[in-house]
Design a binder for this molecule. Sequence first.
Ligand SMILES: NC(=O)c1ccc[n+]([C@@H]2O[C@H](COP(=O)([O-])OP(=O)(O)OC[C@H]3O[C@@H](n4cnc5c(N)ncnc54)[C@H](OP(=O)(O)O)[C@@H]3O)[C@@H](O)[C@H]2O)c1
Length: 255
Amino acid sequence: MTENTPRIAVVTGANRGLGRATARALAQRGFAVVLTYRGDADEASRVVEEIRAAGGDAIAARLDLADVASFADFTVSLRRDIDERWGRPGIDVLVNNAGIGLFGRLEDATVDEFDALIGTNVRGTFFLIQALAPHIGAGGGIINVSTSLTRHVSPGTSLYAASKKAVEAITRALAVELGPRGIRINSIAPGPTATDFNGGAMRDDPELRSSLAAHTALGRVGRPDEIADAIAALASSELRWLTAERVEVSGGTLL
Ligand SMILES: NC(=O)c1ccc[n+]([C@@H]2O[C@H](COP(=O)([O-])OP(=O)(O)OC[C@H]3O[C@@H](n4cnc5c(N)ncnc54)[C@H](OP(=O)(O)O)[C@@H]3O)[C@@H](O)[C@H]2O)c1
């Protein structure tokens, strides 16, 4: 490794939404970024091109969080790809952003929805950390994306909130396992943010947007870059003494 070797960040689900904004924010701060995508390789390539056009560096890698059996092969090819491009196989930052939201009231919830939420948001996130943590060096960090819905409640959110509350519990418990290796782990809890999430409701439904805005201290829903900048701040050495925390970035939603 030379002094020119960049810090390397892996951001899951970075072909769109908060992950894409996070990949861009980290690249702007000098990280070399591996952005993962599940299905749309063209979308991922466009994000890679955007980052390179802005003077940063990135590559894309396919990853399905629901397919835990693929994580061993994913890890091997990830290490090979980053070694080829940046001259070392280790990573510095892992952002577990990829996730799904399924919302419905108690009487409508199905076992398939339960399994999908837990399978992707909890099982996938946990075992990806298990696969990649051995390759994160001292001074590195993990940031798990949760939600403000683990603090405030509304009808139809029980399973989604439970899946993210589990992520927060995993975060705190792993802080004491990873801390001795000099690895920090925190969760970030975005409030409602305008992306494709939940069918694009927070971006495209004016009624929902204005009702959320009325219950938010800063008076509107969030933008992806605002969450991404907070994730980049958590990844920076400025916050090197912060671990095991849940940081909410919601503009003061439903206080
Ligand atoms: N937007 C909000 O208001 C909000 C608020 C709080 C928390 N969050 C959380 O923030 C994270 C990102 O949300 P977003 O708003 O950017 O949502 P989004 O626009 O729906 O993007 C979700 C991302 O996760 C990926 N993903 C979903 N399932 C996956 C799987 N099985 N394997 C790999 N990738 C998978 C998607 O890939 P595909 O493109 O292949 O589907 C996509 O890249 C999620 O964890 C979400 O729960 C969002």
